[in-house]
Design a protein around this ligand. Sequence first.
Ligand SMILES: Cc1cc2nc3c(=O)[nH]c(=O)nc-3n(C[C@H](O)[C@H](O)[C@H](O)COP(=O)(O)O)c2cc1C
Length: 225
Amino acid sequence: MKIENKKIMAIIGTHRKRGLVSSLAEKIFEGAKEKGYSTELINLYDYNINYCIGCWSCAKSGKCFQNDDFELIFNKMKESDVIIIGSPVYWGNISGIMKNFFDRHTGYAMKIPPNMNECYKMSTWSKLKTGISALKNFGPKKEFENKEFILIIAATIPFKHLMGDVPNTLKAMKTYVKKLNGKLVDTLIFNDTLFKFKKKKEVKMMNKAYKIGKSLKNNIYTQEG
Ligand SMILES: Cc1cc2nc3c(=O)[nH]c(=O)nc-3n(C[C@H](O)[C@H](O)[C@H](O)COP(=O)(O)O)c2cc1C
């Protein structure tokens, strides 16, 4: 019997490569590597991903007509056992580059009625008929069912439960995981405060991140040869 390697990847939506989100993801990797996981960090700023233009051509084909780097990343996600999604809070929500990345999942990760782009000109009755016939096939595809997701959020405003910024960001990320039918296993929220105890807090969070990586399971066994 041999232990088969599992893979953890992180998709990061911040340009700050030594910033909080990236550092926390690297710490999770450190623990995960000790459990035999292979790791890959994707910084969305290193890739070319165009905006969704809302044409719904993906409803028919299951993929976007735009030839860019989205599909490459999406395929890497399908091959991973655990996926980290990391974003700073920008204007009380996920960063723009992360939102654009989410938008582009539409045809790839969701089953959509193929005539979606014609819906707007249909009568109410035709819309209802289309909706009902599509209902049984509508919703997330199976690729990400029970795939494990870990969320990382970094913000500046410290009162995370009083201000809307972190909850809104968390909601956007949770919605994404839910739409993919994924399994949310851990969430790290870090406030980049101006206070003196920041360094102590940072060490604590980094330790937590390491522990998350270290507590990942790697228990797939396959027959040798
Ligand atoms: C354009 C922009 C918008 C921001 N908006 C918010 C915000 O609404 N709330 C907040 O708490 N922090 C906000 N921040 C601060 C970042 O979330 C914070 O510095 C975070 O730690 C950066 O993470 P990183 O180091 O991984 O890039 C903003 C930063 C930038 C650059």
